[in-house]
Design a protein around this ligand. Structure first.
Ligand code: C5P
Length: 236
């Protein structure tokens, strides 16, 4: 990998003013801002537009429905001009391919197409949880299966845990954009994240982007916390 691993700050809140203030504070330091279901469903598209204005947006809404509905949804959210957006790989190849096609059609000449990322297996799922849904493969195997499927169907990349970077790179090479949450700077609280890596470890493992929420937004000084992670990535 030739470029520096980039940093996304996750602005997880229902509060528009709070998100705006974080965006002002850390948006000039980090590479992109993440808004997900919590913010988008609470505050709406207009607020997403306002908070992300002037910043690169990771719009993480994890779409999963029949191909036609996902395509319509992506076409609507493409108006927010996200740099990155997400769907569930388990929706299957047709859903993913239609999603990619829709994003290609949604952009104007000269604009950059939003990158389509597929979520493989939620990190909250273990082997037992997968078995409950009729999947008898271990999570690692299912991640690889869905990762390959998503990339073949036209996804640009995958959301994965830091511990899945190496097996995904082995199987799929440099092609997928790998976006990695569950990152904790040395000394930061793990909160509810279990299998964590530091920013430098994730960068060395081959993450293209890392997603960091609470260690930035809950820090006493969010801008300073964000800058420290940027410095760690620059020297990784
Ligand atoms: O606060 P924290 O750094 O744990 O936030 C990580 C962000 O990444 C949250 O927005 C969380 O929803 C998201 N995420 C995650 N694990 C995944 C996928 C997304 O923590 N597997």
């Amino acid at each position: 990998m030739t470029h520096r691993t980039r940093l996304i700050a996750a602005l997880d809140t229902k509060d528009r003013q709070q998100a705006l203030s974080w965006a002002d504070d850390v948006g000039r330091i980090v590479d992109a801002l993440k808004l997900g279901m919590e913010f988008t469903y609470s505050c709406g598209f207009e607020a997403v537009q306002e908070v992300s204005s002037g910043h690169s947006l990771f719009l993480d809404l994890k779409l999963h429905d029949i191909p036609n509905t996902v395509a319509s949804g992506l076409s609507a959210l493409a108006s927010l001009r996200p740099a990155l957006t997400t769907i569930h790989a388990s929706g299957g190849s047709e859903m993913i391919a239609r999603g990619r096609e829709t994003l290609e059609k949604a952009i104007l000449p000269g604009e950059t197409r939003p990158k389509l990322l597929a979520v493989t297996v939620l990190t909250s799922m273990n082997a037992e949880g997968l078995a409950e849904t009729g999947v008898d493969a271990p999570p690692r195997e299912q991640v690889l299966r869905l990762g390959k499927l998503a990339m073949q169907a036209g996804a640009d990349g995958l959301v994965c845990s830091a511990h899945e970077i190496a097996p995904l790179r082995d199987a799929l090479g440099d092609d997928p954009i790998l976006v990695v949450p569950g990152i904790r700077p040395a000394g930061a609280s793990a909160n509810d994240q279990k299998r964590i890596m530091t920013p430098a470890q994730a960068a060395r493992a081959g993450a293209d982007w890392i997603v960091v929420g609470r260690p930035i937004i809950r820090a006493e000084n969010p801008a300073r916390a964000a800058q420290a992670i940027m410095d760690e990535l620059a020297s990784a």
